[in-house]
Write a protein that binds this ligand. Structure first.
Ligand code: MG
Length: 368
């Protein structure tokens, strides 16, 4: 089997509610999605997606994905997409770094490999749990009152897991954490996601002021050095999200005990092939995981679900999915959808969901 053609599509995915990140990062209201259709000489076709969470979140942006694919496509065409490691090496050789640009092609190759093997991707990767995964909501950086309102809105949609965005103002963060904890229900999973918004002193002040609570923080400071510097000075479990980009990051976090949880975002780390190694490092070091689509359509959500299904149930807290936050549905209701706040692994071979090509418009690039 050989890859014969790669078609690239660009789609705007408007957010239902405009979004603010912590630390003064820009408000944004639309995601720039890149979809790829990878064709083979057998007639099998795979789909992949790369959708950064706005352009100011991490060093990844929509046009960068499409430029990266332009650079990598000549090195990928002609390869067997079932040999995902060969495709990975070809992309790494053609374009060192820029992992976020590689995830759509990696995803499409896994989709084809699954279809060829007649297995869902999670089973092809070694076995997928059928335990439904809780979807984590994303509660933007807001006031105490707005935080309550947004959590209630997600609860009405069945959500039992919430990623509450904090960071930037110590007093307001402490007030919001205490308020959310007071309204927390039994069994509800709440992650306080700082999105790099605290300096070291701010992190220690909030973490000290809330140490009577059983709470977990994500990415409290900008860098791994910052998180490492404070990790012996507080008692709260920490998840690393934005600073987990490479396998070397994962091994450093694990070996040095910098965090207790990985937040694996598939687009950022370069797709399933690279993320699976991080999963194994985590499991070997007693580190639990959140698996997240960086953003995007149900395709990105489904990719995250496949990886989440390969993690033992007890070590996978939730998946973060974006489908309930955007107002355009490129797959017309198909694929894993929110059912009482959970996603169920699709049983169809490969990814298990493809977009409506009519919803994508004409390709913005075709490589053959
Ligand atoms: Mg996060």
């Amino acid at each position: 089997m050989k890859i014969t053609r790669i078609q690239v599509y660009q789609v705007d995915l408007p957010l239902e509610h405009p979004y603010w990140l912590s630390g003064g990062r820009l408000k944004f209201d639309v995601l720039d999605a890149t979809l790829v259709r990878v064709e083979t000489d057998t007639g099998l076709t795979g789909w992949g997606e790369g959708t950064p969470w706005g352009h100011t979140y991490v060093p990844a942006h929509g046009p960068g994905i499409r430029a990266g694919i332009q650079t990598m496509a000549p090195f990928v065409i002609g390869l067997d997409p079932r040999r995902v490691l060969e495709v990975e090496r070809a992309m790494d050789q053609a374009l060192p770094g820029h992992h976020y640009a590689k995830s759509p092609i990696d995803m499409a190759c896994w989709d084809i490999a699954g279809q060829a093997a007649n297995l869902p991707i999670a089973d092809l990767m070694g076995g997928g749990s059928r335990t439904p995964r809780p979807i984590a909501s994303s509660v933007g950086a807001k006031t105490v009152e707005e935080t309550r309102t947004v959590i209630e809105r997600y609860r009405q949609r069945g959500y039992v897991a919430h990623s509450v965005k904090i960071g930037g103002d110590v007093a307001r963060d402490i007030a919001r954490i205490r308020d959310v904890e007071a309204m927390r229900r039994d069994g509800e999973i709440i992650l306080y996601d700082v999105n790099r918004g605290w300096s070291r002193q701010q992190a220690l002040r909030v973490m000290s002021a809330t140490q009577d609570l059983d709470v977990m923080f994500e990415q409290p400071c900008e860098t791994l050095d910052d998180i490492a510097a404070i990790c012996g000075k507080h008692a709260a479990p920490v998840s690393v999200d934005e600073s987990l980009v490479t396998l070397q990051d994962a091994t450093r976090i694990a070996r040095d005990g910098i965090a207790e949880v990985f937040g694996i975002k598939l687009n950022r780390v370069g797709g399933l092939t690279k993320a699976a190694r991080m999963r194994d490092v985590a499991l070997a070091h007693g580190i639990d995981m959140f698996v997240m689509a960086t953003g995007g359509s149900v395709l990105a959500d489904t990719e995250a679900l496949h990886l989440a299904a390969t993690i033992p149930d007890a070590h996978c807290h939730a998946v973060w999915a974006c489908q309930d936050m955007i107002t355009v549905d490129i797959a017309d209701g198909r694929g894993p959808r929110n059912v009482h706040g959970h996603l169920h692994l699709p049983e169809a071979p490969g990814l298990g969901v493809h977009p409506d090509e009519d919803a994508l418009g004409p390709p913005v690039a075709v490589y053959a």
